[in-house]
Design a protein around this ligand. Structure first.
Ligand SMILES: C[S@@+](CC[C@H](N)C(=O)[O-])C[C@H]1O[C@@H](n2cnc3c(N)ncnc32)[C@H](O)[C@@H]1O
Ligand SMILES: Nc1nc2[nH]cc(C(=O)O)c2c(=O)[nH]1
Ligand code: SF4
Ligand SMILES: [Mg+2]
Length: 223
């Protein structure tokens, strides 16, 4: 019994909450059909998190099972998200295997874990957690040294205070000169219109984005 459950864990190295096909609702490929692989579990607790259902549960899967579930949709784009995908050791080999299969792979990550070993073919979308998220202390600033030009930085903003904080961080690290920077309103916390007006008024070199999938389908799992 014990030996069997050990074997099952070794054979099925990833815990998966869901694999679904939708339109990319965020980041630079917004609007493109994309398959999402949502890994279970997260060591953070952002106050606004829209994916709390991925904190627990999920199903253990092999790499082959995940690849087969993705291949059903014959996608161009695959996004690995969570939960916090990098919290599972199997995430790094999964990312490389998806690249090997020919997909354009992106990774949504909190910025709290080391990104330096992520396959360089993967586009990393790295959050910078704001004070309003409640997880600002978790930002791993060394991650900036491991970003490539194709990567993106995202601020999910809860308030005017978060906006002003983000503006200071932009200046301090010259972020917009090095990467595409996304400013996204926290759904239900900050008006997208207010955020848009502030960015226009300040001529900030950032891309304002709203979560397209919530505009289309509301806030629900698997979309
Ligand atoms: C659910 S997280 C999973 C990946 C990773 N844990 C992270 O935080 O980036 C995916 C993206 O959704 C964003 N997000 C979560 N809840 C949100 C909300 N209420 N409004 C806007 N964006 C949100 C996160 O900040 C992150 O950029
Ligand atoms: N449609 C859609 N696009 C997304 N882009 C990033 C998502 C995420 O939860 O990481 C997400 C999501 O949950 N749904
Ligand atoms: S890091 Fe991502 S998944 Fe974890 S609580 Fe924050 S938004 Fe949710
Ligand atoms: Mg989401």
């Amino acid at each position: 019994m014990y030996a069997n459950s050990q074997t099952a864990t070794a054979d099925k190295p990833l815990r998966i909450t869901e694999i679904f096909h939708s339109l990319q609702g965020e980041s630079r490929t917004i609007g493109f059909p994309t398959v999402f692989v949502r890994l279970t579990g997260c060591p953070l607790r952002c106050g606004y998190c829209d994916s709390e259902y991925a904190f627990h549960g999920g199903e253990r899967m092999t790499f082959e099972e995940i690849e087969a579930a993705v291949a059903v949709y014959r996608p161009r784009f695959v996004t690995v998200t969570g939960g916090e995908p990098l919290a599972q050791r199997g995430c790094l080999p999964l990312l490389s295997r998806l690249c090997d299969a020919g997909y354009e792979v992106s990774l949504e990550t909190s910025g709290a874990l080391d990104v330096s070993h992520v396959d360089p073919r993967v586009v990393k979308v790295v959050d910078i957690k704001t004070p309003g998220s409640g997880e600002c202390e978790r930002n791993r600033w060394q991650n900036l040294e491991h970003l490539q030009p194709h990567d993106q930085l995202k601020f999910v903003l809860c308030s005017r205070e978060d906006y002003e904080w983000a503006r200071r961080i932009l200046d301090k690290h010259r972020l917009s000169e090095r990467w595409e920077v996304l400013f996204s309103p926290s759904f239900n916390d900050l008006s997208a219109t207010d955020l848009a007006d502030w960015v226009v008024a300040d001529r900030l070199p950032v891309r304002v984005q709203i979560q397209l999938h919530k505009f289309l389908w509301g806030d629900q799992p698997g979309r």
